[in-house]
Design a protein around this ligand. Structure first.
Ligand SMILES: NS(=O)(=O)c1c(F)c(F)c(S(=O)(=O)CCO)c(N[C@H]2CCCc3ccccc32)c1F
Ligand SMILES: [Zn+2]
Length: 263
């Protein structure tokens, strides 16, 4: 598809020109404002299967110019949704070294330092993520808020390789690890709503589950993510830093956000 960026030329205000869904309804991210929330006691804890990958498996870490993404095997899946949603990839959104506000979803206007998304596709109905990406029941994304605090060694299993994918379209193989360790300890408290991809083509195909509890990583870990990457190719000059890769909040379009927890 056509190139797009997060700011300046081809920035998010211009996305609808080449990607009409980006100007449509049911867009993500949104601000989880208290008055939009409705407690739903029937929302079950999220259950994930086969997230504890063996180190003998290899995953592809890549810089696609918009984020750093880690490919995930489809034998990892979410088992607590109406269909089986198998893993496809995970990626991050962040601010910059001195902008500790880079999450996409926000809570009553509070923006977190960053946000991780684990993208899954409905493998009961579609053979792969590309076939699922534009279907109304195609994707389920787990969102995890990231805050600066205690270091989380699990993220180093990924961040220690980030210098190998500094430039756009660079890819390396990395040893797999326990992806469950990247999620918060409680998977029973989350926000739930129908939304979209937060990047072009912005298909309204995502069942969003954003965990209430953030994970923490250290400032050193955060800087490794926020300052190491370029959105430009290795041979490009000048190089463009890859940062502030978060979409602004979208209109709720009178959507209700279900929550699995009481205040
Ligand atoms: N925030 S978000 O909406 O979860 C989200 C991103 F922010 C994001 F950057 C990506 S991307 O890295 O692929 C770069 C641009 O598509 C994705 N990719 C998804 C949807 C597009 C097709 C596809 C194909 C294979 C695997 C994943 C995906 C994405 F879903
Ligand atoms: Zn994302």
């Amino acid at each position: 598809g056509r190139k797009w960026t997060y700011n300046g030329l081809d920035g998010e205000h211009d996305w609808p020109t080449n990607y009409p869904f980006c100007g449509g309804a049911f867009q993500s991210p949104i601000d989880f404002q208290t008055h939009l929330l409705r407690y739903d006691p029937n929302l079950p804890p999220i259950q994930v299967q086969n997230y504890n990958l063996s180190t003998s498996e290899q995953l592809t870490l890549g810089n696609n110019g918009h984020s750093v993404q880690l490919s995930l095997p489809s034998h990892m899946y979410i088992s607590s949704l109406p269909h089986r949603y198998s893993a496809a990839q995970l990626h991050f959104h962040w601010g910059s070294s001195n902008l500790l506000t880079g999450s996409e979803h926000t809570v009553n206007g509070k923006q977190f330092a960053g946000e991780m998304h684990v993208v899954h596709f409905n493998s009961d109905k579609y053979p792969n993520v590309s076939m699922a990406v534009d279907k109304h029941d195609g994707l389920a994304v787990l969102g995890v808020f990231i805050e600066i605090g205690e270091a989380n060694p699990a993220f180093d299993k990924l961040f220690r390789f980030i210098s190998g994918v500094k430039y756009r379209d660079q890819k390396i193989q990395v040893p797999a690890f326990n992806i469950r360790a990247l999620l918060p300890d409680r998977l029973d408290q989350y926000y739930r709503y129908d939304g979209s991809l937060t990047t072009p083509p912005c298909y309204p195909s995502v069942l969003w589950t954003v965990f209430r509890k953030p994970v923490t990583i250290s400032r050193k870990q955060f800087l490794a993510l926020a300052t190491a990457l370029y959105a430009s190719f290795a041979q490009d000059s000048p190089s463009m830093p890859l940062h502030e890769n978060y979409r602004k909040s979208q209109l709720p379009d009178n959507r209700v956000v279900l929550v699995s927890f009481r205040e």
